[in-house]
Design a protein around this ligand. Sequence first.
Ligand SMILES: [Zn+2]
Length: 237
Amino acid sequence: MRRWIVALVMTTAWSPAYAWGPEGHAIVAEIAQRRLSATALAEVKRILGGEVSMASVASWADDVRYAQHPESYNWHFVDIPLADDKYDPVSECAANSGGDCAVAEIDRAEHEITCAAEPGTRRDSLRYLIHIVGDLHQPFHTVADNTGENTLTVTVKFGGLIKSPPKVPADNLHAVWDSTIIKQTTYAWGSYVDRLEGDWLLKHPEASQTLDPTAWALEAHTLAQEMARRPGRRITA
Ligand SMILES: [Zn+2]
């Protein structure tokens, strides 16, 4: 990510993008599946119902988020003010008709995967878990400001790895992390997995050590803070 310079332009533009795109979710799920033991992978497939990859179900939660399960809407993020360094579940994970938040749903899904009576409920819980763990690792899914920086338009100037000819898309900061960086770097999401496996993940073995969703949220939140405060960003009114 350091290869890119992001120049930010404040605006009131609106975008409907609210999640990793399907490529981002597939990438996260594939990386996770490669790290499962044989026993765990067999159990995942049993719960999902056969030879089903985690990547193939990673965006199901977005498919059902609006029409079928509006009560799951808030499970995809946690609204922590950008200026805050801690997570307050009382004020930032309170339930309403759209649900509570990503941290709470991860805890709930983990429980239901093993304890729910119905196989369909266990399957859905695993599909939510696969998806929302991905969402929680998108820095701007942990930011309350500007609706997760969905209303902050940015101009992205790419350097280094980039498809040819270079493009300079304008998008909102949330969507840049969701999809723009991925799509402008590789054609197939599997190639993006290969790139991460061959570089960033090799250099960051500590990345998968903690199992605490709150720690994941705060780690992502710190990245969002760094991005928002990055020197070189240009803000014009
Ligand atoms: Zn989502």
